[in-house]
Design a protein around this ligand. Structure first.
Ligand code: ZN
Length: 179
């Protein structure tokens, strides 16, 4: 089921989300929520969605950047951003830490701040530990655009939005984005 994506100003986006109870992993209810999130992310379309964005204050997010979508984008745009395909990934109770001290700045947007973007600095690489939808521990060590997606989604689980890190003078209506 496609769920409504809440917009900035909704208090749920500013709460630290609750840990998912490990006993709930694998239950019908949690699997339904995860499937709704995947469907909602794909429909938007977006490359990530965190549970608070559909009004559920839980440490849970989904990510996916599909090859078919990347093929429709300008090659230089994709390579400059080190944007590579991300398989469908479900993260429960993730923790994140930077790898190295490289920082990269690009325009970034959010499905919960619809119609806007701003230059936002992020770590070049990150290391994430989480549980997958079956409750198995997973570790990701990603860099480039996939690392940006991870930072953006995990921020949502901690009540943060990209506007907290953005270069405020670059805040832009998406129709006004430079090429
Ligand atoms: Zn977002």
């Amino acid at each position: 089921m496609i769920r409504k994506i809440v917009q900035t100003g909704n208090p749920v986006l500013r709460q630290v989300a609750e840990q998912v109870d490990v006993d709930d992993i694998g239950t019908k209810a949690l699997n339904k929520l995860i499937d709704d999130m995947i469907e909602t992310m794909r429909k938007a379309p977006g490359v990530g969605l965190a549970a608070p964005q559909i009004g559920e204050s839980l440490q849970l997010c989904v990510l996916e950047d599909r090859e078919e979508l990347l093929e429709t984008l300008d090659e230089d745009y994709v390579s400059e951003r080190k944007r590579t395909a991300v398989p469908l990934t479900v993260l429960i109770n993730p923790t994140i830490e930077p790898v190295g001290d490289g920082r990269i700045a690009f325009y970034e947007g959010c499905l919960s701040i619809s119609g806007y973007a701003a230059i936002t600095e992020r770590w070049e690489g990150v290391h994430v530990r989480a549980l997958d939808r079956e409750g198995k521990p997973i570790e990701l060590r990603w860099k480039g655009w996939p690392a940006r997606i991870l930072q953006h989604e995990i921020d949502h689980l901690n009540g943060m939005l990209y506007v907290d890190h953005m270069d405020t003078r670059t805040f832009t209506d998406t129709n006004e984005l430079p090429d």
